[in-house]
Design a protein around this ligand. Structure first.
Ligand SMILES: [Zn+2]
Length: 132
C-alpha cells in the first residue's frame, strides 16, 4: 500500500472517530436531562406478592389459593426490606421506582460513554501527535 492510500485510510478513520465522538456527545446531552430532572425517585421494585397467612384452616394452607398483595421491596444497609402498598399508592410508587431505575441506568451508561469517548480521544491524540 502506498503512503498516499495509507494517509487517506487514516484520514477516513479519524473522520469516523470524530463522528463517533459527536454521537457520544449528543448522547451525553440526552443522559444529562435524566440527571437534572426534578421529579422524585425511589429505590426498590413494586410487585405482587403471593403468601400464606399461616392459619392452618385458611384456604391458603394447601398452597393452591394464596393471598396476594402489592409490595415494594428495597435493600437498606444490606438487608432486604418489604412493605405492603395500599392500592391508591401503587401507581405513584411504580412511577417513582421506574424513574429511579432510569436514573441508575443512565448513570451506568454515562460511565460507558465516557470510557468510549476517552478511547476515541486517545486515538485522535495519537493521530495528531508530532514528536518534538
Ligand atoms: Zn391464608
Amino acid at each position: 500500500m502506498s503512503i498516499k492510500t495509507d494517509s487517506v485510510a487514516a484520514a477516513d478513520r479519524d473522520s469516523r472517530l470524530r463522528q463517533a465522538l459527536g454521537h457520544l456527545r449528543r448522547e451525553l446531552t440526552l443522559l444529562g436531562k435524566v440527571f437534572v430532572a426534578r421529579e422524585p425517585i425511589m429505590r426498590g421494585s413494586v410487585y405482587e406478592l403471593h403468601t400464606k397467612c399461616g392459619k392452618p384452616s385458611c384456604r391458603c394452607a394447601e398452597g393452591a389459593e394464596l393471598h396476594s398483595c402489592m409490595v415494594i421491596s428495597w435493600t437498606a444497609r444490606g438487608r432486604k426490606r418489604l412493605r405492603s402498598i395500599p392500592k391508591e399508592q401503587q401507581a405513584e410508587l411504580v412511577a417513582l421506582t421506574q424513574r429511579y431505575r432510569r436514573f441508575r441506568k443512565a448513570r451506568a451508561r454515562l460511565l460507558e460513554v465516557h470510557a468510549k469517548m476517552l478511547a476515541i480521544i486517545d486515538k485522535l491524540e495519537a493521530a495528531r501527535r508530532k514528536e518534538p
